[in-house]
Write a protein that binds this ligand. Structure first.
Ligand code: BG6
Length: 457
């Protein structure tokens, strides 16, 4: 039996915009997702928009009972910025009551709330002014963060600032999956930089608040593996890791932006606009812990030519179709559990063995009802196998000294996922879109319960 450390955090993760519902009512102003759906519903899978989420606004009480029943001792979700502060300044009291009741209920059931502040859901009023492209966004985010610490700091002890900042940067400013869906590398870097400063400024606000608790950031860490040992391919790997991993991990943990990254950006005329106090701000506001999201590795090779100045990340590294890869055929992502061991060791050796937890890991499956049996239970053995294989590697990493304190699956109840709507299901509970979002347990939920009970498998 593989046993995990005592008091290990077992749980699951989700986000406000993907679960709450009531996205245009109860005092909430539109986020960029609400507005984009209004403008271009055809971009969203089966026209499923942010109004179609799993209604935790009303159903959180019963969901928390299910979490407690499963034995979960922690759960991550987020606060919706545009629900709490509809115009950026005035507090929506209905939202305060909702979040307080929600977080109190988690605590009362022994489920530690880990609360994230930003999960891709920029308020529309701020996006209209340029969103993360503008320095004003830093000040607005800091005000929002401070407000959260004041309103909920007595009942929330684990905070994170951002979920996967690289994703809103690349999806919004390079690859077209998030609004404003433009392609501009220089802007993408500036957006990334403002996100980093907003993060550090929120950490500073948290420290100044003298609240009891810890603060971190959630990063998607897909380590890169090069096609070969050849210098050119290795350079591609270094470039990919610099842009996608070290860009946030270095300043968040070490308080410094990587010199190599600065050189790379400078050579390519991509350096962002900065302010003189930023270096100090970054150096003084490192995190207490890291949340690490891992789904699949990144396979890279050298591009045909290293073009300077680079116009897209693909000028720094090209995707490589590794012949030996095992695929999640239901989602189209590679399955490679060993990467979880590799990142566990990377954090131990290169990032001062900072405490960290797996904040997302899971398998998305399209058309999952095909696996429903005659009793209407989804027989998701592939999910059990996926999680188990990843946990084996995680366990090995912990045994070899990595300071990992928990594992959160994505996700508890199937949830809406941006342009993908409900295309890929990830939950331990199926959500029935035809029947008021009713939940039903999948086979993997029973397995996860047993795993938690035994603190291992
Ligand atoms: C993660 C995000 O990267 O991937 C989630 O943090 C998202 O918000 C999840 O829902 C799954 O994505 P998809 O596209 O497979 O539904």
């Amino acid at each position: 039996m593989l046993k995990f450390p005592n008091d290990f955090f077992w749980g699951a993760a989700a986000s406000a915009p993907q679960t709450e519902g009531y996205s245009l009512s109860k005092g909430k102003s539109p986020s960029t997702w609400d507005q984009w759906f209004k403008l271009s519903p055809e971009k969203f899978y089966q026209n499923q928009g942010p109004t179609d989420t799993s209604n935790t606004y009303e159903l959180y009480g019963e969901d928390i009972q299910r979490m407690a029943e499963m034995g979960m001792n922690s759960y991550r979700t987020s606060i919706s910025w545009s629900r709490l502060l509809p115009d950026g300044r005035s507090v929506n009291t209905e939202a305060v009551s909702f979040y307080r009741a929600y977080f109190n209920n988690l605590n009362a059931n022994g489920v530690e709330p880990i609360i994230n502040l930003f999960h891709f859901d920029m308020p529309w009023w701020l996006m209209e002014k340029g969103g993360w492209e503008t320095r004003e966004s830093v000040e607005a985010f800091t005000f929002y963060a401070k407000t959260c610490f004041e309103l909920f700091g007595d009942i929330v002890k684990y905070w994170t600032t951002f979920n996967e900042p690289i994703v809103h940067i690349e999806c919004g400013y390079l690859y077209g999956f998030h609004y404003p869906a433009i392609q501009n590398f220089k802007k993408a870097v500036q957006v990334g930089y403002h996100t980093l400063i907003a993060h550090t400024s929120a950490v500073e606000a948290f420290r100044k608040s003298k609240r009891e608790g810890k603060i971190g950031i959630i990063l998607n860490i897909s380590p890169s593996y090069a096609r070969s040992e050849a210098e050119n391919d290795q350079k591609a790997k270094e470039n990919a890791d610099l842009l996608n991993i070290k860009s946030f991990l270095d300043p968040c943990v070490w308080g410094e932006i990587s010199q190599d990254l600065k050189i790379l950006l400078k050579e390519n005329n991509l350096l962002p606009k900065t302010q003189s106090n930023d270096i100090h701000l970054i150096s003084q506001n490192t995190v207490d812990f890291i949340g690490l999201n891992y789904y699949q590795p990144r396979r890279v090779k050298a591009p045909e030519e290293y073009n300077t100045p680079a116009k897209m990340p693909e000028d720094f590294y090209a995707p490589y179709d590794w012949p030996g890869k095992k695929m999640n055929v239901y989602r189209g992502w590679e399955i490679y559990p060993k990467a979880l061991y590799d990142v566990a060791i990377m954090i131990k050796e290169e990032y001062k063995n900072i405490p960290w937890f797996v904040s997302e890991n899971g398998i998305g499956v399209s058309n999952e009802d095909r696996f429903m049996d005659e009793n209407k239970v989804i027989q998701d053995d592939y999910r059990i196998e996926f999680i188990q294989d990843h946990l084996k590697e995680l366990h090995k990493g912990i045994k070899d000294g990595s300071n990992c304190f928990g594992y959160h699956a994505w996700t508890f109840v199937d949830c809406w996922s941006w342009l993908n709507g409900y295309r890929n299901r990830y939950g331990f509970y199926r959500v029935d879109l035809e029947n008021n979002y009713a939940r039903s347990l999948k086979k993997s939920g029973l397995w996860y319960k047993e795993l938690i009970k035994n603190n291992g498998f």
